[in-house]
Design a protein around this ligand. Structure first.
Ligand code: C2E
Ligand code: CA
Ligand code: CA
Ligand code: CA
Length: 277
């Protein structure tokens, strides 16, 4: 630490020490929170742009911390990833989500909904048996594999590991679909799209939010849609906030959308209400 400290004076600064102790506190609170079942999922509705029909939801994790209130996933997911807690949290989210979609679909035999669950790279590490965890979640709630979509990031695919590829192949063989989240924000390589079993591209909110007036974003969205469609993939736009954006995306050939225009992430009871309305 001393050698590093010489090049990096900030290493000893009181501000960093305060940050580190804040982090430690948050970590132990999160650990406790997981044990005390303070986590919950909110469900953001997803719509078909052409038919305007509800087709599913994305499960988004929330931490209801007794003192702090609702903590944003932006602040606790990175910590959960660093500490490895995300593996346990992620398995919980899979069970909870499969349970939710199975209960919704009990009364929707004709047009079942699909649930999308976010996965972290750490859940793919050898030894965590992701495929078994997913299978366990499906079995426990009698959830059909085609009701489940798993959202992963580009960086996971680009690390190119054989273990990741095998897990994705096994999940796809079960009938689960794989979506690439925040597509276009990470890397420019596209070759993996043809080598790996990926069925959905999610267009990142940073592009959507600048539609339709920013010409560069507009062109980029068209390019992403064209790549996706030519590879027979489903396209989902995220962060759609205005009718103009929805219209642009529909005309560009994007299939599905989620965003505040259609609905905010809802707690289970509110989502149930939406279904029965
Ligand atoms: P994400 O997967 O890209 O999720 C989309 C985020 O955009 C969500 O933020 C959602 O609430 C927000 N959003 C949706 N529509 C709109 C809109 O129209 N406008 C704006 N401004 N925002 C919109 P949230 O719920 O805070 O989640 C943040 C991130 O945390 C997620 O980004 C995801 O990366 C991560 N996350 C959430 N739940 C989980 C989980 O269960 N597991 C893992 N590994 N990560 C999760
Ligand atoms: Ca996501
Ligand atoms: Ca996303
Ligand atoms: Ca995003």
């Amino acid at each position: 630490a001393k050698a590093r400290g010489r090049n990096n004076v900030q290493f000893y600064s009181p501000q960093l020490t305060a940050q580190a102790s804040h982090r430690l506190m948050l970590e132990s609170e999160l650990r406790r929170g997981v044990e005390r079942q303070e986590l919950l999922l909110h469900y953001q509705p997803k719509f078909d742009l052409a038919t305007q029909k509800l087709v599913g939801a994305e499960a988004l994790m929330r931490w209801c911390q007794p003192q702090r209130g609702m903590v944003s996933p932006m602040s606790f997911i990175p910590l959960a990833e660093e500490t490895g807690l995300i593996v346990r949290m992620g398995t919980w989210a899979l069970h909870e989500s499969c349970h939710a979609v199975a209960s919704w679909n009990r009364e929707r035999a004709a047009d079942p909904l699909k649930i999308a669950v976010n996965l972290s790279a750490r859940q793919f590490a050898e030894g965590h048996n992701l495929v078994e965890a997913v299978q366990g979640a499906l079995t426990a709630s009698a959830c059909k594999p085609e009701w489940l979509e798993l959202e992963i990031t580009e960086s996971l695919l680009l690390d190119g590991s054989e273990g990741v590829r095998q897990s994705l192949e096994a999940l796809a063989a079960m009938g689960i679909t794989i979506a690439i989240d925040d597509f276009g924000t990470g890397y420019s390589a596209l070759g993996y799209l043809t080598r790996l079993p990926v069925q959905t591209l999610k267009i990142d909110r940073s592009f959507v939010s600048e539609l339709p007036h920013n010409g560069k974003s507009a062109e980029l969205v068209k390019a992403i849609v064209s790549v996706g469609r030519s590879l027979n993939m489903a396209l989902v736009a995220e962060g759609v906030e205005t009718a103009e954006q929805a219209e642009y995306l529909k005309n560009a050939g994007c299939h599905l959308a989620q965003g505040y225009l259609f609905g905010r992430p809802l707690e289970m009871a509110a989502f149930d209400k939406l279904l029965s309305s």
